[in-house]
Design a protein around this ligand. Structure first.
Ligand code: 5AD
Ligand code: FES
Length: 348
C-alpha cells in the first residue's frame, strides 16, 4: 500500500497492520506527513473543536524506589535533590489551581513509600470534598489491585501510567531486572477494570527503540483502548546511564501524535512538556498534529527544578499563574482556546 492509502485507512478504519505502520513511519515524506497532520487535526476538531483542555500538574514527590535508566529521579542518582510535598502543600496547589481555572488536578510522583493508601486516600478525599466539580488524576506508578481500588473508592477519577514500551525485550533494556514488563501491563489492565479513565504512553526515541517497537506501541494502544495517551520525545538526563544517548526526534513524535489521533479518534492526547522542551514551539505543534490537552505546572516554585526527569525541562522558573497565561497565549496564537472544563473523555 502507498503511504496515502495507509493514512486513509487510518482515517476511515482507525487501524493498520504492523507492516503498514512500519512502512509509513520509515518512508513518510514531508508532504504525506502534512496530509496525515491535517486528517489528525480534523479528527480532533470533530470531537473537541478548537478547545484545549488543561490539567494542573502537581509533582508531589521526587523520591522514587525505582531505578529506570532514563529517568533523572531514579534512586541511584545521588545528585537528585529529593523533596516530598506535605498534604497541606498539595491542597494549597489545588487552591491556587482552582482559582486559575483548573478543573483537573494531576498528582504525579516517583514511587515514594510515604504515600501509602491511607495517606493518598485522605488527600484524594479532601480534594474531592472541597472541589466536587474537579477530576483527580493520579500518576504514582505501579501499585496493587487493592491499592488502585481503594484510591478509586476515595474518589480518584483517572490514572496515568505509561507502559513505556510494549516490547518486553526493549523494556528490559530501559529498566533494571527487578522491574517487570508484565506487571506494568497488568497494572494498566487493573486500572481499566476498576473503572479509571486510564492513560498509557511511551517515549519516542528512547535508547534501543526500533520502528518495529513503535508499531507495537501503537498496536498495543489500539488494543488497550485507553482514554488517554501521553507521548513525548526521550531527552537525556546528565546523571543517568543514558546521558550520552541522543534526543528523540520531535518530527517523529509529531507524526506519532497524528497516528494515535487517527487510531483512537476521541482519545485525550496531551501535547507534553517533553515536546515543549525539545522544541520551543513543540506544544503548539503537538496541538496542530491532533493533541488536545496541555498540562501546565502547578507545583510549588521552590521544588520545580527538582522534579527533573530530563535535562532543561521547561516551566521550572515560572509561577503557576504565569505558566497558565503563557499557555493561553500560546494556544491562542494557533487559533485554539484553553478551556476551564473537567474535560472528560468522549466516547467515539
Ligand atoms: N525523557 C523523556 N521522558 C521521560 N520520562 C522519564 N524520563 C524521561 C526522559 N529522560 C517520562 C516517562 C515517564 C513520564 C513520567 O516521564 O515516560 O512515564
Ligand atoms: Fe509554563 Fe509557558 S507554559 S511557562
Amino acid at each position: 500500500m502507498k503511504n496515502y492509502e495507509i493514512i486513509d485507512k487510518l482515517y476511515f478504519e482507525h487501524t493498520a497492520s504492523k507492516a503498514e505502520l512500519v512502512a509509513l513511519i520509515n518512508t513518510i515524506s514531508d508532504e504525506e506527513l502534512e496530509h496525515l497532520r491535517k486528517k489528525a487535526q480534523q479528527t480532533a476538531q470533530k470531537y473537541y473543536s478548537n478547545k484545549v483542555y488543561i490539567r494542573g500538574l502537581i509533582e508531589i514527590s521526587s523520591i522514587c524506589k525505582n531505578d529506570c535508566y532514563y529517568c533523572g529521579i531514579r534512586r541511584s542518582n545521588t545528585n537528585a535533590v529529593r523533596y516530598r510535598l506535605s498534604e497541606q502543600q498539595i491542597l494549597d496547589c489545588c487552591d491556587t489551581g482552582y482559582s486559575l481555572g483548573f478543573r483537573t488536578f494531576v498528582l504525579q510522583g516517583g514511587e515514594d513509600g510515604y504515600f501509602t493508601d491511607d495517606v493518598m486516600c485522605r488527600i484524594v478525599e479532601q480534594i474531592k470534598q472541597k472541589y466536587p466539580d474537579c477530576a483527580v488524576t493520579l500518576s504514582l506508578g505501579e501499585r496493587s489491585y487493592e491499592s488502585y481500588k481503594r484510591l478509586f473508592s476515595a474518589g480518584a477519577d483517572r490514572y496515568l501510567l505509561r507502559h513505556e514500551t510494549a516490547d518486553r525485550t526493549h523494556y528490559e533494556k530501559l529498566h533494571p531486572s527487578e522491574m517487570s514488563h508484565s506487571n506494568r501491563l497488568d497494572c494498566l489492565y487493573r486500572l481499566k477494570k476498576i473503572g479509571y479513565q486510564t492513560g498509557a504512553g511511551f517515549m519516542v526515541g528512547s535508547p534501543y527503540q526500533t520502528t518495529e517497537n513503535l508499531a507495537d506501541d501503537l498496536l498495543f494502544i489500539k488494543n488497550l483502548n485507553p482514554q488517554m495517551c501521553g507521548i513525548g520525545p526521550f531527552i537525556p538526563h546528565k546523571d543517568t546511564p543514558f546521558a550520552k544517548f541522543p534526543n528523540g526526534s520531535v518530527w517523529l513524535c509529531l507524526m506519532l501524535i497524528s497516528i494515535i489521533r487517527l487510531m483512537l479518534p476521541s482519545v485525550l492526547l496531551p501535547s507534553t512538556t517533553a515536546l515543549g522542551t525539545a522544541d520551543s514551539n513543540g506544544r503548539e505543534k503537538g496541538i496542530l498534529h491532533g493533541a488536545n490537552v496541555v498540562m501546565p505546572n502547578l507545583s510549588p516554585l521552590e521544588h520545580r527544578k527538582d522534579y527533573s526527569l530530563y535535562d532543561n525541562k521547561i516551566c521550572t522558573g515560572d509561577e503557576s499563574a504565569q505558566c497558565i497565561s503563557c499557555m493561553k497565549r500560546r494556544m491562542k496564537s494557533i487559533g485554539y482556546e484553553v478551556v476551564t472544563d473537567v474535560g472528560n473523555y468522549i466516547e467515539p
